[in-house]
Write a new protein. Structure first.
Length: 160
């Protein structure tokens, strides 16, 4: 096994910039690796935590799995209660979109969970911040446009 090389604390701002660029270039794995390097040096870095959550959830639609447990663990490290609610909503929203793209089974429930988290965030939002409302509306539009309905368990859904 290789031992990872640590970043110097002075390199964190440039590393954040580089990781953000990788996210914008649709390279979430590369971005995730850099955010983890930053957090190894500065475990409380809120920008790295937020963007790591986004990079991990960028991968939901890809062919490689991302565990929800790790994402929620990082969301819980956000200091601000509003941001914890907002980013939890984003995780559910992105999982719902990936689920919808793969056939949609239980996408409705995931969108509803996202909307519930966005409502929690909205209740504690800063005065000039409407991003939770925008995300809630986006989820509602996807549900409406796709005529999504709650998943009803049938006999064929159960294991025999």
């Amino acid at each position: 096994m290789f031992e990872l090389k640590p970043l110097s604390p002075e390199a964190i701002p440039a590393a954040l910039e580089k990781a953000n660029r990788y996210r914008l270039l649709n390279e979430p794995s590369a971005a995730e690796s850099i955010y983890l390097d930053i957090l190894a040096v500065d475990p409380e870095n809120q920008d790295a935590i937020k963007n790591l959550v986004l990079a991990m959830s960028d991968r939901f639609g890809k062919d490689y799995a991302v565990g929800d447990t790790n994402i929620i663990e990082y969301v819980s490290k956000l200091r601000d209660e509003y941001q914890r609610a907002y980013y939890t909503g984003i995780v559910y929203e992105r999982r719902a979109k990936a689920t919808l793209a793969k056939g949609g089974l239980q996408a409705y429930e995931l969108f509803v969970q996202a909307m519930e988290w966005f409502e929690r965030a909205e209740a504690m939002k800063p005065v000039d911040n409407e991003e939770a409302i925008l995300r809630w509306n986006g989820c509602a539009r996807i549900i409406n446009r796709n005529n999504l309905q709650p998943h009803v368990m049938t006999a064929s859904d159960t294991l025999e």
